[in-house]
Design a protein around this ligand. Structure first.
Ligand code: HEM
Length: 519
């Protein structure tokens, strides 16, 4: 025990006392199915339950969830962590469907909010009721069809072409390039400009601080005594939070200032695309200001939550996608064939980049590239950017499989494990196989949210799915046509501790120009 707590004997003693008090005084109210207690994972300890397991490295935890899914199949099983309310793990899509459809019963609850409050405050991910509605409405306005057209026609080609030019130069110099940073920069610039009318980059102070804070918050879900250990270890966290908060308030100040300036002088130029982009710029933060009023801290929370929801998830998905494509050259070649074929049918030999974009980006819209979309979905299946979900029962309820859950019970599902289920995905569930997403005549197969929950489901389904898909097909197809990528690392890549799924140490690779006209 003392080893677990970094050799601190006093903390070890505190932990043992808490465990004993918990065991004798606060034992869980019962979760059951047909009046029988649920099965527990093998190796569940008498007092510590599964608590020690959650202190492990996340890769081991991911594997444990996969092992449990193989062991229990679709059966809901119980987990116990000292000091916490009783919990279950679900793997059955019909139970998940029930969760998605009963938002009022399965809330984030105190369990999630207490841990993530420092980072997200009342941002949409944590908000309920009117606060949630107001932020969702602002987001729907930002992600409207007309704004997404500006993304496709102007913003994305502009930032993607700049990135391709830059990569082309670095390729000529034989540099090793971290693709995770490249993708993060594209999504930072996109979200920065369109949502907040600010120039944002992947390596600015805020991003580094946010990643650090996100890692600490994730640790809180694994360590039931986080509020004690953070007294000793939380200095870096508090520093990161201060940077994050400063940045959030900076977004709000910039928006208030920008709004004043733009209403003073709405100068239009002859640059039609530039004008289109300028009209959309900052539309998310302006909508948030309009709907949440003058509460600066609240608007800042909302802005930061949208930023991580939109920017980090998408950049991470692209990173894992290129990682998988480097390991599966057959898929890279098929993407190239599909993209070339599409350009030929449109009478374009190769897309013209480097002109600050603003043209032809809709060539690579998701509907025209089913194979590329299949690769993207297969990536999200194997590397879901949000790998775990946790909810708390606001009231007692019974799942479709007959599992009774008392009020306050915790319900967990691991997308990492569900997406590797042989029952749902077949014997080759662990294998990267984009074909599983296509019909015999090459059309994209759609899956229900409960079978493929990477974008969540029900009323709180991801608002930015369409945006992510537009960015994905455009970036993947363009990169595949422009460059050959070779790994500059050995072995497999894993993720680092975070609420999402960043790749640990990035994705370093060698880049070679394919089409000379690209640079
Ligand atoms: C591949 C990329 C993406 C994935 C896998 C993804 C996944 C998810 C998931 C799983 C949730 C539910 C989170 C929770 O409440 O626990 C969610 C919510 C959300 N996502 Fe995404 N997302 C992606 C991209 C985006 C983009 C580009 C945006 C645009 C800004 C966005 C905006 C949101 C918002 C606003 C919510 C909160 C919805 C609500 O609570 O009503 N997402 N997303």
């Amino acid at each position: 025990m003392t080893v677990l707590l970094g050799g601190n004997g006093l903390l070890g003693l505190v932990l043992i006392c808490v465990l004993v008090i918990y065991y004798f005084l606060l034992r869980a109210p019962s979760i059951r199915r047909n009046d029988i207690p649920l099965r527990k994972p093998p190796n569940t300890l008498p007092i510590a339950g599964n608590g020690l397991l959650f202190l492990q490295d996340r890769e081991k935890l991911f594997s444990w969830f996969v092992k449990c899914e193989r062991y229990f199949g679709l059966e809901t099983f119980q987990i116990t962590v000292p000091t916490l309310h009783p919990g279950v793990v679900i793997n059955d899509p019909s139970n998940l469907d029930y969760v998605f459809k009963h938002e009022g019963i399965f809330a984030k609850g105190n369990f999630v909010k207490q841990r993530s409050w420092d980072l997200f405050g009342d941002g949409i991910i944590n908000a309920d009721g009117e606060l949630w509605k107001a932020q969702r409405k602002a987001g729907s306005h930002f992600l409207s069809t007309s704004n997404l057209r500006v993304l496709t026609d102007v913003a994305l080609p502009r930032y993607l072409n700049r990135s391709i030019e830059n990569l082309g130069e670095r390729a000529k110099n034989g540099e090793i390039v971290d693709l995770q940073l490249v993708f993060h920069d594209i999504t930072s610039l996109l979200m920065g400009k369109m949502a907040y009318d600010m120039e944002m980059h992947a390596d600015d102070d805020f991003t580094v601080a946010f990643e650090h804070a996100s890692g600490v918050v994730t640790g809180r879900f694994q360590n039931p005594l986080w509020f004690i250990t953070e007294i000793f270890t939380g200095f870096g966290f508090r520093k990161s939070l201060a940077t994050v908060r400063r940045f959030g308030l900076g977004i709000v100040d910039n928006a208030v200032d920008g709004h004043r300036k733009s209403t003073e002088s709405l100068a239009q130029t002859d640059d039609v695309n530039g004008n289109r982009l300028d009209k959309v710029s900052g539309s998310l933060i302006q909508s948030l200001l309009a709907s949440l009023g003058s509460q600066q801290k609240l608007v800042a929370d909302a802005a930061l939550t949208y930023l991580t929801a939109g920017r980090d998830t998408t950049a991470q998905a692209l990173t894992w996608c290129l990682y998988l494509l480097m390991r599966n050259n057959f898929a890279m070649e098929r993407i190239r064939d599909e993209a070339q074929g599409l350009l030929k049918t449109k009478g374009l030999d190769i897309q013209q980049p480097g002109s600050d974009g603003d043209t032809s980006s809709s060539n690579f819209a998701p509907t025209f590239l089913p194979y590329t979309m299949a690769v993207f979905y297969e990536t999200l299946r194997l590397y879901p950017p949000i790998p775990f979900e946790i909810r708390e029962c606001e009231q007692a309820t019974t799942l479709p499989d007959g599992t009774f859950l008392p009020e306050k019970a915790i319900i967990v599902w691991s997308l990492w494990a569900m997406n590797r289920s042989r029952i749902t995905w077949g014997e080759d569930a662990n294998v990267f196989n984009p074909e599983r997403w296509l019909t015999e005549d090459g059309k994209l197969i759609t899956k229900s949210a409960s079978e493929f929950p990477v974008f969540y489901g029900g009323p709180r389904t991801c608002l930015g799915r369409r945006m992510a898909e537009i960015i994905a097909t455009q970036v993947i197809a363009t990169m595949a046509l422009a460059f050959d990528f070779t790994p500059a690392y050995e072995g497999e890549r894993v993720s680092k501790t975070s609420l999402t799924l960043p790749m640990r140490d990035g994705l370093p690779c060698y880049v070679k120009n394919r089409a000379p006209d690209y640079t």
